[in-house]
Write a protein that binds this ligand. Structure first.
Ligand SMILES: Nc1ncnc2c1ncn2[C@@H]1O[C@H](COP(=O)(O)OP(=O)(O)O)[C@@H](O)[C@H]1O
Ligand SMILES: [Mg+2]
Length: 279
């Protein structure tokens, strides 16, 4: 659809998608410009722009295949883009791996949660970041279990996650609790931004609401959240802005206070693009 090319609407705050973003206002915490990504013959991203500002919950919506996960995977270092730029705190950066992204304070919860079911809650919180106690002359090292368990408890409490015991095996938790552990773990480590790829897709209504509350409390504590979700009523209620992806680009950024769910849907389906087609 050729019309997608040049139409980008923005009713949002500090900047429109793709424009210079820090002019006069707060710079975005994380921003991407003109990201392209090709998988063989599929052009998954064709110049995607997105900016996330301090303290906000930014929704990222779009039909299946629109490119949402690919964009998040590029910001989180899981995929390398073919083109485009990434800025963290206003500085251009190269994110070459998930570890790079973590170093920039970017934490991601993927759809599969990436939890280890045979490990305890605290071990999952510290997965890949284990605390080691060194023996005399640093000859031996062992895991500092007590410190990790109590810190995990504090971290989860801070995100108001209710888990009876951090010693419980993750495999024994309910879907909602697992989701909470995955989100809480990332929130605990993320210092700049939390990226959530469909955190409620597999959950029941009540559990979805819990995750929603969790996202709200995380943002309220100052960590901006990028929330990919198909749950439009929830996105509309939770998010300060909603970016809509269509065929590999962010074609509109809307404020729920000004745009209803119908309008968001009309951008998701591309109907709004046709309606706005110039000439
Ligand atoms: N690893 C991959 N290999 C080939 N094609 C892919 C891969 N990942 C995504 N794609 C394609 O890229 C496009 C965007 O996919 P994706 O980012 O998963 O969309 P969304 O998350 O919005 O549903 C789709 O056409 C999808 O089939
Ligand atoms: Mg996806």
């Amino acid at each position: 659809m050729a019309v997608t090319r040049d139409i980008v609407v923005s009713k949002d705050g500090p900047s429109g998608a793709g424009g210079p973003s820090s002019a006069g206002g707060t710079p975005p915490v994380v921003e991407v410009r003109g990201i392209t990504k090709r998988f063989g013959s599929v052009l998954a991203l064709r110049g995607a722009d997105l900016a996330l500002y301090p303290g906000e919950i930014l929704g990222l919506v779009g039909d299946n295949g629109a490119g949402k996960s690919t964009l998040v995977n590029i910001i989180s270092g899981a995929l390398a883009p073919n083109g485009g730029e990434i800025f963290v705190g206003g500085e251009k950066v190269h994110i070459g791996s998930p570890l790079d992204a973590r170093r920039y304070g970017i934490e991601t919860v993927y759809q599969d949660l990436a939890l280890a079911p045979d490990l305890s809650v605290w071990a999952n919180v510290f997965l890949g970041r284990e605390r080691i106690v060194r023996g005399p002359m640093r000859l031996f090292g062992w895991l500092d279990r007590r410190a990790m368990a109590s810190e995990a408890r504090e971290q989860l409490d801070r995100t108001r996650i209710r888990i009876d015991s951090v010693d419980a095996l993750v495999g024994k938790l309910s879907g909602g609790q697992r989701q909470a552990v995955a989100v809480g773990r990332s929130a605990a480590w993320g210092s700049r931004v939390l990226l959530l790829d469909e955190p409620t897709a597999a959950l029941g209504v009540e559990q979805q609401e819990r995750v929603g509350e969790l996202v709200r409390s995380i943002a309220a504590q100052g960590l901006p959240v990028l929330l990919i979700s198909h749950n439009l009523p929830q996105v509309h209620e939770l998010c300060s802005r909603v970016a809509v992806m269509f065929q590999g680009r962010v074609i509109a950024t809307l404020k729920p206070s000004e745009s209803g769910i119908d309008e968001i849907v009309s951008w998701i389906t591309g109907a709004a693009l046709v309606a706005r087609k110039p000439e």
